[in-house]
Design a binder for this molecule. Structure first.
Ligand SMILES: [Zn+2]
Length: 415
């Protein structure tokens, strides 16, 4: 049977930086040197004593392709137990995959790490985590290091473009870290080019793979959640939907991972960060890949501006959003929000996350949604026309005529 072998990890210096590398042997004879790269300052924290980082980073790939794995270096005993007893069987069952086997030794090497880290993208979730963990009663829970990884969020399949965007965005977040006088730990990796799966469908494993590569550094890692606890479910679309399970199963004797923000809704997070002026010049939510700043025009930018406007905090963000563009198009944006909320929960859309929640905050404050927004929200858009076509025309026809080209394959667990 086809399997993947993860050879023992090693550390090498490459052009002034340091890489934790393990050779993967797959499809019988093919090899791939998978690496995690850090700056010189963090080289001593790279963990070659176990292969936790590599196994976790490619876990989604292994399950998707139903490949057993032989790990030549050891796996942390706690991680092995949690993976084989809970996470892999649960994922296999729910995603209708074979329960893959791990052949390895286990060990229990303790490094007594001291740092407390979290990723910083300057988006709503990461700011929420950062701001929540500055003044904890017991300061051992306060963040000491911020992180920024090239692990899929800059381009699903990695490569040159994704790496360029990683560096562009890194420049941006470095400015914030400098202002806050906090250490920034970066990890570059070539895992994306190997895994070749959707970032959303796999991101918890990719990110926590990077964290485990630095398990000598991180005692605690807060993994910001984009999902709410009440929506927990194992889905093929997003690992965030079951992060509460992931963080427990991917912690080990050195690093404890928490799913930060799982206790709050999106609007609760927006409201929380909007009361902290540290975010006013730095909030960055844009999903467009051209620049590292907000475009004020993509779905995520529009949704965030609507959310901030709903609680009367948008004016604070004049340096990061084009507020003239927002005011000019506000009715149109509200119409889009009404339509989304209606389409996603016809009965009680105000309870629904995202736009439904934004609209309920908007009205809670006594603001009225203009009548024109309601009228516009019922006018069919190009997208709703496409959706209607998708509903009534057989998929095989659509494929043939490429009406929804590019939407069939999302490169997730099931394709
Ligand atoms: Zn944008």
């Amino acid at each position: 049977m086809n399997k993947v072998i993860i050879e023992k990890p090693r550390i090498e210096q490459v052009e002034g930086k340091y890489r934790l590398i393990a050779t993967l042997i797959y499809e019988e004879k093919k090899t791939y040197d998978l690496w995690f790269e850090v700056e010189k300052e963090y080289k001593d924290y790279l963990c070659a004593e176990n292969s936790d980082a590599f196994l976790v980073a490619i876990l989604s790939y292994l399950i998707k392709h139903e490949l057993d794995v032989e790990v030549k270096g050891a796996i942390s005993s706690q991680l092995y137990y949690q993976l084989t007893t809970y996470l892999i069987p649960l994922l296999s069952n729910n995603l209708h995959k074979r329960n893959i086997q791990i052949k390895t030794e286990v060990n229990n090497v303790e490094f007594h790490p001291k740092a407390v880290g979290t990723g910083i993208s300057c988006g709503v979730d990461s700011f929420y985590t950062f701001l929540k963990h500055r003044n904890q009663l017991d300061n051992q829970y306060n963040i000491t290091h911020l992180t920024f990884f090239n692990a899929g969020s800059h381009g699903d399949n990695g490569g040159k473009e994704a790496r360029e965007l990683f560096h562009k965005r890194l420049e941006y977040v470095s400015g914030f870290c400098k202002e806050q006088n906090l250490k920034l730990v970066t990890v570059d990796s070539n895992m994306n080019e190997f895994i070749k799966m959707s970032h959303f469908a796999t991101h918890s494993f990719r990110t926590l793979g990077c964290v485990l590569a630095l398990q000598k550094l991180f005692k605690i890692y807060y993994f910001s959640s984009g999902a709410n606890f009440n929506d927990t479910a194992i889905t093929a679309e997003s690992t965030a939907d079951y992060d509460i399970l992931n963080v427990q199963c991917l912690s080990n004797q050195n690093t404890t991972v928490y799913s930060s923000g799982i206790e709050a809704t999106r609007m609760e997070k927006v409201e929380f960060i909007a009361h902290h002026n540290e975010t006013y010049n730095w909030l960055n939510v844009c999903v467009r890949h051209e620049k590292a700043t907000n475009c004020s025009n993509c779905e995520k930018c529009i949704r965030t501006m609507l959310a901030l406007d709903a609680i009367n905090e948008l004016d604070h963000y004049a340096n990061v959003f084009d507020l003239k563009h927002y005011q000019k198009n506000k009715v149109k944006f509200l119409a889009g929000a009404l339509k989304w909320a209606r389409d996603h929960d016809k009965k009680n859309f105000e309870k629904k996350e995202e736009y439904g929640e934004i609209l309920s905050y908007y009205k809670k404050d006594g603001k009225t949604v203009p009548a024109m927004a309601y009228i516009l929200s019922f006018i069919p858009t190009k997208q709703s026309f496409k959706n209607l076509i998708k509903k009534i025309v057989p998929k095989s026809w659509l494929k043939q005529y490429q009406i929804n080209k590019g939407t069939y394959k999302n490169n997730g667990w099931l394709d």
